[in-house]
Write a protein that binds this ligand. Structure first.
Ligand SMILES: [Zn+2]
Length: 318
């Protein structure tokens, strides 16, 4: 199953924890799965639901093909329910309806499974209603709350749940996921170097700005590499207009850093050690520029100074 492949590869720790608990019949009533978007929270929920209802479990693995597994995949299993935000929030009626269905099925004492996606979007009355429910459990159930903002979940709810943390993907894993989404390898690698959040990476990649910025930084780097003073003029001519917001300015510097990292990787392959020193020095200069920017020096000042220092460095090489 897709779930098993992903979880084994990217979330071995939480996956083995849940597998052990199911195997030994020690599942908690309620779980809070917390971690960035794209880290596999819902894949584990889906795996767990199938594991609990599958009629052909082999080796602690659901089959993915039996009637129950198929109905769960299609979202049509009567004992597996999903609650998601309606509009901006999850409302108390959604939780109440869930409770009523529980009372009904409770007579048949069947296992019930429910998931609340983006659980941080519960409004106050929904959260309180859920809390009551978790405090006075009726019948046999397993609940999974998923969130990428655990700080917004009531502490009283958190304390009723077993909390499982989904680790962020490492840059290589993230790039792999982004490539699977259809991004070019180059963009995927760049984004994975800018952020370790899948959600953030997708957001940036969908922004038209990203492609403009990518081209602009490639040009900037080319000038710098040639030791061309055009790199200095380019700041005023292009970059300051492109990056008006602080976040964008930060990204431009980070993208430049990525260009030097790529250069470093190439130098390592070619075993060009003398140039490696020079590369490290320039990366250091970019890092210092990022720090100055963070300390509220203007982007133009920071960049112009950076370019002059890099160009000096380049001249010094000859
Ligand atoms: Zn099955």
């Amino acid at each position: 199953m897709e779930e098993t492949v992903f979880l084994t590869q990217h979330q071995p720790f939480v996956f083995s924890q849940i597998k052990k608990s199911v195997k030994h019949g020690r599942l908690a009533h309620a779980y809070l799965f917390e971690g960035d978007m794209g880290t596999g929270k819902h894949l584990l929920t889906s795996w767990l639901a199938k594991r609990l209802f599958c009629t052909e479990v082999v080796d602690n693995e659901p089959c993915g093909r039996c009637n129950n597994c198929l109905r769960i995949d299609a979202g049509e299993h009567p004992d597996v329910r999903l609650i998601e935000p309606e509009g901006q929030s999850i409302k108390v009626d959604q939780i109440r309806q869930l409770q009523q269905e529980f009372v009904r099925s409770g007579f048949e004492s069947r296992l019930q499974f429910f998931t609340i996606r983006q659980a941080d979007k519960m409004n106050a009355s929904a959260a309180n209603s859920l809390l009551k429910f978790l405090e006075e459990p009726q019948g046999d159930f397993v609940a999974v709350l998923e969130t990428d903002a655990p700080g917004k979940i009531l502490p009283t709810i958190q304390s009723r749940c077993q909390v499982l943390h989904f680790a962020p993907l490492n840059p290589a894993e993230l790039a792999q996921r982004l490539t699977a989404d259809g991004l070019t390898g180059e963009s995927a690698k760049l984004l994975a170097g800018l952020t370790n959040s899948y959600q953030k990476a997708v957001e940036i990649s969908q922004d038209e700005w990203f492609n403009d910025a990518k081209d602009a930084v490639a040009q900037w780097y080319l000038y710098l590499r040639k030791g061309d003073l055009a790199a200095f003029v380019y700041i005023q001519k292009k970059l300051t207009a492109l990056a008006k917001e602080k976040e964008q300015q930060r990204l431009l510097l980070q993208m430049l850093m990525q260009a030097y990292r790529k250069e470093r990787d190439e130098l390592l392959v070619q075993q060009q050690n003398p140039l490696l020193f020079d590369n490290t020095r320039k990366s250091q200069l970019i890092l210092e520029a990022e720090q100055k920017l963070a300390a509220n020096v203007s982007f133009q000042n920071v960049s112009e100074q950076l370019v002059l220092r890099i160009l000096q460095q380049t001249v010094g090489d000859d």
